[in-house]
Design a protein around this ligand. Structure first.
Ligand code: GLY
Length: 390
């Protein structure tokens, strides 16, 4: 197509969301629900980010770590929001998102693991979280398929899961119902800048797309957004996670809830699939599935639930978590007027998607970041990003 012809196509939106993972789609849907004219762009066709391989644990208690009170506040608020978000989504589309409050059982396989799990459990109890220490017999009553020998476990009854692929399908249907365009296979090549304000984007299809706001929701690739000036790129790095999908021959997964150990977690789906995750690897943008990664996941899954040996190995995949220097997401004004970052969700992207979507929609609508997302504000960062975000 000649350059003159390509550049004649100009359109205008309230917001352009760059990134079609669950964070971008949730932001777009919540903004559209408030009446905004939104466009979503994703360079992959179909979108191929972390959402596609995420297990979908909604597990603020199990994912709790020492010294992260702001993240806990956020993940607890997100878990509370989830049932209403899914109910609204399913009512709007008739499509199930695969949400189930099934609980989680974290098992200690030896004495060292038991000492560490007790330490975490003490922290959980000191914070008033729903988590109960159970001896092996009680654990086995909950999950009869557990290995015969282990040292106890922690039951977190309120943990839930969602199926990220089903959730994506429901969000896409909801966006279609709102008249929101989602364009895949379109790469953003430049920001349209008006001084220190972003006024839209240019794409590799030669279009100039104008918008009052641009939302950067490109997951692990957000920090590589070369179409933005350097000071407007968030400090996000990729952290690789390899994940397996197994299937039970009789259609019944070997556990009823999330089952985890120090090294692995198993997430059952209602249709007999079992997701086994995940490695945590600092390997840049490498997404190769390795023999070592698959071996480690299968070995550790088998140590927990020996029945996995009988299951069919359906898929092995790797995704890239978007990590930040302090493990908190980066959600809020992002270094140019009109630019909003919605990224850096690291291990909690699926859980934090509804909360992030609501916070971004509120920011676009009223210019302020809501309470539970305030700690995600980019303004907390030192150096150029913090200066840029002010
Ligand atoms: N939230 C699970 C993971 O990142 O592996």
């Amino acid at each position: 197509m000649p350059a003159e012809a390509r550049l004649t196509e100009k359109r205008s939106y309230d917001a352009i969301v760059v990134g079609g993972g669950v964070i971008g789609l949730a932001c777009a849907w919540r903004a559209a629900r408030r009446g905004a004219g939104v466009l979503v762009l994703d360079r992959a066709h179909p979108p191929a980010g972390a959402t596609r391989v995420a297990p979908g644990m909604l597990a603020p208690v199990g994912e709790l770590d020492f010294g992260e009170p702001e993240l806990l506040e956020m993940t607890l608020a997100a878990a509370e929001l989830y049932p209403g978000f899914v109910a609204e989504l399913e009512a709007a589309t008739g499509e199930p998102a695969g949400y189930a409050r099934m609980g989680a059982l974290h098992v200690a396989l030896d004495r060292d693991e038991a000492a560490e799990l007790r330490r975490v459990h003490d922290l959980q109890r000191s914070l008033g979280l729903g988590a109960e220490w159970l001896p092996p017999r009680r654990c086995r009553e909950l999950e009869p398929g557990l290995t015969p020998s282990f040292n106890g476990g922690v039951h977190a009854a309120d943990e839930a899961v969602v199926d990220p692929r089903a959730l994506t399908g429901a969000l896409l249907a909801a966006l279609a119902a709102e008249g929101v365009e989602v364009r895949t296979g379109v790469e953003v090549t430049a920001a349209l800048l008006d001084g220190e304000r972003i006024a839209g984007v240019r794409t590799d299809h030669g279009e100039e797309l104008r918008a009052s706001a641009v939302v950067l929701a490109a997951g692990a690739w957000s920090g590589q957004a070369e179409w933005l000036p350097e000071h407007a790129r968030p400090p996000v790095r990729p952290v690789k996670g390899q994940v397996l999908e197994l299937r039970a021959p009789d259609g019944a997964a070997p556990c009823e809830r999330i089952v985890g150990s120090e090294r692995v977690y198993l997430v059952p789906r209602g249709d007999g699939r079992l997701i086994v995750g995940a490695t945590v690897e600092e390997q840049g943008f490498d997404t190769a599935v390795t023999a070592g990664g698959v071996h480690e996941l299968l070995r550790e899954a088998y140590r927990l639930l020996p029945e996995v040996a009988e299951m069919e190995l359906v898929e092995a995949a790797a995704g890239l978590r978007p990590a930040t220097p302090d493990n908190l997401p980066l959600v809020g004004p992002g270094g140019l007027d009109g630019l909003v970052w919605a990224t850096g969700h690291y291990r909690n992207g699926i859980l934090l998607a509804p909360l992030t979507g609501e916070a971004v929609a509120e920011l676009l609508d009223r210019g302020k970041l809501s309470g539970s997302m305030a700690a995600a504000s980019p303004g907390r960062l030192a150096g150029s990003a913090a200066r840029a975000a002010r």
